[in-house]
Design a protein around this ligand. Structure first.
Ligand code: AMP
Ligand code: MG
Length: 322
């Protein structure tokens, strides 16, 4: 047997063979997937390692749970003293506050001022008193950003921030940029509900499924896609049902400090994953009426919303009669 293998090896020398390369691993509280077509398996191996390292670096800098992260330091210290952060983090914070304005406060990274008291696995939620005490700290205008020094200061000591609604998309974009720079022409990068694709699946489109928000194994719709970012936010991702029968989930309405109630699922198609990620979270909070009005006013962004009754709504560009 050994002989035969060695023999075969002699007759088929190691020619670089084009093929799909894939890596799946856990990160940011969910699963990541990186898959691309490459003609060179050695370079592909290096690219798989590089893209995983990019995701890990984003997580190490932006996780609210890792005590050595820049974000953790902000939440500890930015209320007493302005803190310098990297250009990458500074720009993401700037974009987050711009999106707060665009979404009339639906997207607000200071949701965490109340949001940090939810622990979905432990079925924990803030008390009415906690919410009353902390709710007014949810306000993106309480974050002071100095673009000349790249410093961040909180105007209120109760403020906490969390980039859970945008950092996955950002990490996906960074990986896609690295793959494109290396000449990759067919790829998918995915972290949980945030994906972006380059090209197609070599002749066929990539297929992304929208899960049924109330039946875990059912798919509501399958969308064929090329060269685009797609993000889904749902109230079935991280949640528990409390003693009063209420679904307590991870998307917080900044106005109430409680789980947003207007939607069950929102899918956004956009050219960047950062934008798709943030807008899916935003539209979930805004609901289909205000949310789709916003999407219809933007260029190159589409949305599919499943409302609180389970009914589907689409942005104008996706309607057949349009
Ligand atoms: P996604 O994973 O994109 O569906 O976004 C949900 C995550 O966004 C949550 O787990 C929180 O970390 C964060 N988040 C929740 N509510 C908001 C909000 N109103 N604005 C910005 N981020 C939020
Ligand atoms: Mg999102």
């Amino acid at each position: 047997m050994l002989f035969r293998l060695a023999f075969a090896f002699l007759f088929f020398p190691a020619v670089a063979k084009a093929s799909w390369h894939e890596n799946r691993f856990d990160i940011m509280g969910t699963q990541a997937r990186i898959e691309f077509w490459s003609p060179d398996s050695e370079r592909a191996k290096a690219l798989l390692a590089k893209t995983q390292a990019i995701m890990e670096a984003v997580n190490q800098e932006m996780s609210p749970y890792i005590a050595s992260s820049a974000l953790y330091r902000l939440n500890q210290k930015a209320a007493s003293q302005a803190q310098k952060v990297s250009t990458e983090l500074f720009e993401l914070l700037e974009l987050s506050t711009k999106l707060s304005e665009k979404t009339q406060g639906a997207f607000d990274i200071t949701f965490a001022s109340v949001g940090y008291l939810y622990e979905y696995r432990e079925r924990k939620q803030p008390s009415k008193d906690d919410i009353a005490r902390l709710k007014s700290a949810i306000n993106y205008q309480g974050i002071e950003l100095d673009p000349s020094k790249h410093t961040v200061r909180y105007r209120d000591s109760r403020i906490k921030i969390d980039l859970g609604g945008i950092a996955k998309g950002h990490a996906v974009d960074r990986c896609i940029e690295a793959l494109a720079k290396d000449g990759i022409q067919n790829a998918i990068v995915q972290i949980g509900g945030d994906s972006r694709i380059i090209g197609n699946r070599r002749g066929r489109p990539w297929i992304i499924g929208i899960k049924h928000p109330r039946h875990a194994n059912q798919i509501v719709s399958k969308i064929p896609l090329e060269d685009i970012a797609v993000s889904t936010s749902g109230d079935y991702e991280r949640y528990f049902i409390d003693d009063e029968g209420k679904r307590i989930h991870h998307i917080i309405d900044p106005k109430s400090g409680e789980s947003a109630r207007r939607s069950q699922s929102v899918t956004i198609l956009a050219s960047s994953s950062t934008l798709a990620d943030a807008l899916s979270t935003s539209l979930f909070v805004m609901g289909h009426e205000r949310g789709l009005a916003l999407i219809n006013s933007l260029e190159n962004v589409s949305a599919i919303v499943i409302d609180d009754q389970g009914k589907l709504h689409y942005s104008n560009d996706l309607l057949l009669h349009n």
